[in-house]
Design a protein around this ligand. Structure first.
Ligand code: NZQ
Ligand code: ZN
Length: 384
């Protein structure tokens, strides 16, 4: 097992009707900005429920309109509101985009330099951020219990990430019944995103981290088991509850304890979303199986462990077992509406431009061994 530190201060308040506890955990006298996305939190009643809990004890403003793949440009408008109304606490109500956007607002509101530098990480370091909390409506990203975020600049079609302990949510409310209104496409995306988060931390090379491996395998098996009920039974509380908790655990840091991490699939995927607007999870489902095929030798031991423990594959040569595990993964993704190529989504790719973007963003040595060079990324992009 590798050396590690684990730190996660986010309180999770989990279960049906837990939004009613919101006010209990807010700092007394807080001046709050509620941040939300398009219409979903209004239509399913979550926003009203939140406002009812806040009134009349808290001063609040609301800022809506955060896009999926939240835009830098929109978030700056929220920063103006924070400053104008002397807001000192942010409350995200929504999915990963709203939460990531809120994490960005928390930093930008107190940042004295050009806020784009928060993403390019050039110049002044972020030293402070407003406190925040979340009410999650879409299980997928784990953003409700981690200190990461991904922001898109519409003007330049760039999608960049940040990570700082300053933006761990103080608490997150996870009510699985708030997911009942999710469209099928977002449920599919959420399952695939959390499945791939788990794999980006699990499917590298063995370091005898037994606890972390069994945790990861437990999450993979849970997602495989509940996926049909999540998709086909819109009000199956137990399926939604297990989905929500699995998605949170997939990216709250616990699966990274003592193990190497990959993340190449995510880095390459962000470039596809930035240029073509394809849903985050759909980019991952395209890239991951191709990356595994190209990196079969380096990932051999873990691919065999995955084949045996997740898919129960015991017959054939090692190569056949690995190929079968990759094929079963692809079938699982297909069962969730994922397609096999960019062309299947009607996207005509520009591989040279995508490779140039990876280079521009410093993604020239990706993966757990740092050996996913631009040449390998190009091979992946050519095959999807
Ligand atoms: O905008 P509204 O109207 O709220 O609709 C949203 C949006 O259209 C809708 N939705 C959310 N909750 C709903 C609902 N519709 C009906 N009922 C509900 N209960 O779903 C759509 C997608 O929402 P979005 O927040 O964009 O999805 P997701 O949670 O998958 O977040 C994706 C973003 O998170 C980033 C992605 O790159 C992408 O920008 N990620 C963040 C990570 C992190 N912070 O750790 C890690 C991930 O790998 C990922 O990169
Ligand atoms: Zn992801």
């Amino acid at each position: 097992m590798q050396n590690f530190q684990f730190y996660n201060p986010t309180r999770i308040i989990f279960g049906q009707d837990t939004i009613s506890q919101l006010a209990t955990y807010l700092p007394k006298g807080a001046r709050i900005l509620i941040v939300y996305g398009g219409q979903s939190a209004i239509n399913n009643g979550t926003l009203d429920e939140v406002k009812t809990t806040l009134a009349p004890d808290f001063y609040y403003q609301a800022f809506g309109g955060i896009e999926p793949n939240p835009h830098f440009e929109t978030l700056l408008k929220a920063v103006d509101i924070v400053k104008k109304h002397k807001i000192d606490f942010l409350l995200a109500v929504g999915g990963g985009s709203v939460i990531d956007g809120t994490k960005f607002i928390a930093q930008a509101a107190l940042y004295r330099d050009d806020p784009w530098k928060i993403l390019t990480k050039t110049g002044v370091e972020v030293k402070d951020a407003l406190p925040l909390a979340t009410v999650l409506t879409l299980p997928a990203t784990g953003s409700e219990m981690n200190c990461r975020g991904v922001i898109t600049r519409a003007e330049t079609q760039e999608k960049l990430s940040f990570r700082t302990e300053l933006i761990f949510p103080q608490f997150s409310i996870l009510d699985p019944s708030k997911t009942y209104s999710l469209p099928k496409r977002q449920l599919e995306n959420g399952i695939v995103d959390s499945f791939v988060h788990t794999l980006e931390q699990y499917l590298t090379y063995p370091v005898d981290a037994k606890v972390t491996d069994y945790f990861a395998e437990g999450i993979l098996k849970t997602l495989l088991e509940i996926a049909p009920d999540v998709i086909h039974k819109p009000d199956d509380y137990q399926a939604r509850a297990n989905f929500m908790w699995a998605a949170t655990l997939a990216l709250n840091g616990i699966l990274a304890t003592g193990v190497p991490e990959d993340w190449a699939t995510h880095r390459i995927g962000h470039e596809l979303t930035a240029l073509y607007g394809l849903d985050h999870a759909r980019t991952l489902a395209l890239i991951l199986p191709v990356l595994w095929s190209l990196k079969k030798e380096e990932k051999r031991a873990k691919l065999l462990q995955y084949a045996l423990r997740i898919w129960g594959i015991t017959s054939g040569t090692d190569d056949e077992k690995i190929d079968s595990a990759i094929e079963k993964t692809v079938h699982f993704f297909q069962s969730l509406g994922m397609k096999n190529t960019l062309a299947d989504y009607g996207i005509s790719k520009d591989v040279d431009l995508l490779v140039a973007r990876l280079e521009q963003h410093g993604h020239t040595a990706l993966g757990e061994q740092g050996n996913i060079t631009l040449t390998i990324s190009r091979q992946i992009l050519e095959r999807i």
